[in-house]
Design a protein. Structure first.
Length: 172
């Protein structure tokens, strides 16, 4: 009788330990760290060949104008912000300060009959009509306005659009 009673008492303690073990917290913390890796990996994915496979780039046949990309305590801007070029000219954008900067056209604002050639004339696009980022001083981005129909073309800097870094290129 005494042995029996001890055995029951011992098994009750073991059962209690198993049933009361805390496994509840294990699954709640796993899902929080996945989004940042996906976001940072996105920029390098589409290279120059990722853009619309429209026409070939039309080379610059005229003057290459210079537009500086500047960010300082007066703000973010292209200098000059308004440039007039002749069809066949080019523009060399120079990263001066406050980068990264780029050159981007909103596809919604570009006429359908201009977009294929404009895209073909823009090297190294991150997405349609969205030029690569220039990070270091004196990096340049040169694009041709050959075979681009005369008109006014608004453009902007993707990283600084909200800060008003915009310009207008008029093609004559
Ligand atoms: Cu910028």
């Amino acid at each position: 009788m005494r042995f029996y009673g001890l055995a029951l008492a011992a098994s009750a303690i073991v059962l209690g330990a198993c049933g009361g073990g805390d496994k509840k917290g294990a699954d709640t913390t796993a899902g929080t760290t996945t989004d940042t890796a996906a976001a940072t990996g996105a920029t390098g994915a589409t290279g120059a060949t990722g853009a619309a496979p429209a026409g070939a780039a039309a080379p610059i046949t005229g003057t290459t104008h210079t537009v500086n990309m500047v960010g300082d305590d007066k703000g973010y801007r292209y200098e000059p912000a308004n440039v007039t070029v002749k069809q066949g000219d080019g523009i060399k954008f120079v990263m001066v300060s406050g980068g990264p900067h780029n050159v981007a056209f909103d596809p919604a604002n570009i006429p359908d009959d201009v977009e294929p050639q404009l895209s073909a004339n823009m090297p190294e696009q991150m997405s349609p009509l969205n030029g690569k980022l220039l990070v270091n001083p004196n990096e340049t981005y040169t694009m041709s306005f050959a075979n681009i129909k005369p008109g006014k073309y608004d453009y902007h800097c993707t990283p600084h659009l909200a800060m008003g870094m915009k310009g207008v290129i008029t093609v004559q």
